[in-house]
Design a protein around this ligand. Structure first.
Ligand code: 5AD
Ligand code: SF4
Length: 352
């Protein structure tokens, strides 16, 4: 394909046109360095026209490192006996929310493994307590697969948003990343349920995960077009010690921000985080993602003594731009590239 036709695909994508499978493949594999720069520029132009130069911040609480699942890529998988396990109490979670509130956050994200002790009733009680104390904050949950009744109960208790990555749309690839007890179809059904219950729903996938092909990423794009999530989280795969994939190479910053920019053009109003994984593999990962069209950062507000225990992959960042206590540093780094922190709730808004 000639450079000119690559640019015309980017133009059509930016103009809201559907692109074909083959065109997605071309965009993912055949852009010259110059064309990639142009793509990032277009994508950040779209982000700036929809969100301005403000970057939303969400306070991330990692509430349990126990998980019943055994995903091959994750350091918290149940068969990793070297993982350090902890679960926060309701009181500790409320303390973290109090801290996040004082720091200026208007969104709390409760994230954790699928911990059987934190069942629907327990989480609903915690969410209700947060909702009572902070009537105007957005409450986001990222607590894995649950039944429809559970999701409904959590919504009734006051949760507004739910993050659950589909991980990969292709069933064959899904089965290369997960044990046979897990199912991509069940995951996608959870996402559809979440949307139908009125959650602002986030999905997403890792980039550069073992056995991932270009076609897998195209399948992910097509699935996301169908799901129309409000948020899409993409970060590089990062190897985790004591997992089946500990010796696989990490995804790259270039491939990840390429996907971020393509998503920005296809989903102009979506909330796209500059992920912790990207900051972990590259010192400028956060800036690179923002300049490619990302518009959310999720600094960690978990108690300091548990932060290193939530080790889904090696060397996971939890300081600097990834720490809620260092917002001045985040602000300075955003200022240096022409952006600033936006403390708003950052609800999905198509008409902004
Ligand atoms: N590298 C990058 N991301 C990972 N996740 C889990 N393990 C890894 C890893 N090794 C991501 C998954 C999951 C989320 C909790 O973190 O996409 O949905
Ligand atoms: Fe559990 Fe999530 Fe890790 Fe899978 S990725 S083992 S579900 S914490």
């Amino acid at each position: 394909m000639s450079g000119n036709s690559n640019l015309s695909i980017i133009d059509r994508l930016a103009g809201g046109a559907e692109v074909t499978r083959e065109e997605w493949r071309v965009l993912l594999t055949s852009l010259s360095p110059k064309e990639q720069l142009l793509l990032h520029e277009r994508a950040r132009g779209v982000a700036v026209s929809n969100f301005g130069q403000g970057i939303y911040v969400r306070a991330l609480l990692e509430i349990s490192s126990y998980c019943r699942n055994n995903c091959f890529y994750c350091g918290l998988r149940c068969s990793n006996s070297s993982a350090q396990r902890y679960r926060l109490t309701k009181e500790e979670i409320l303390d973290c929310c109090c801290e996040a509130d004082k720091l200026g956050f208007n969104t709390f994200v409760l994230q954790g493994g699928e911990d059987p002790k934190q069942d629907d009733a327990w989480v609903a009680d915690v969410v209700a307590a947060i909702r009572t104390a902070y009537t105007d904050k957005a409450i986001t949950l990222s607590l894995g697969e649950r039944g429809e009744e559970g999701y409904r109960m959590l919504k009734m208790a006051g949760a507004d948003r739910y993050l659950l990555r589909h991980e990969t749309r292709a069933d064959e690839h899904y089965s290369q990343l997960h044990p046979s007890t897990m199912s991509g179809e069940r995951r996608r059904n959870c996402l559809r349920t979440l949307k139908s219950l009125g959650y602002q729903t986030g999905s997403g996938m890792m980039i550069g995960s073992p056995h991932q092909t270009v076609d897998n990423i195209v399948d992910d794009f097509i699935f996301l077009e169908e799901l129309q999530p409000q948020m899409i989280g993409v970060g590089p795969f990062v190897p985790a010690s004591n997992t089946p994939f500990e010796h696989y190479a990490a995804g790259t910053v270039e491939q990840t921000i390429l996907v971020v920019s393509l998503l920005r053009l296809r989903f102009p109003h979506a909330l796209l985080p500059a992920t912790t994984a990207l900051s972990t593999i590259h010192p400028q990962g956060m800036e690179r993602a923002v300049l490619a069209g990302a518009n959310v950062v999720m600094p960690n507000v978990s108690p300091m003594n548990v932060r290193s225990k939530y080790s889904i992959y090696n060397n996971k960042m939890n300081s600097g731009t990834q720490s809620a206590q260092q917002l001045a540093l985040l602000e300075a780094r955003l200022n240096a590239i022409g952006y600033h922190i936006d403390f708003g709730r950052g609800d999905y808004n198509e008409h902004k």
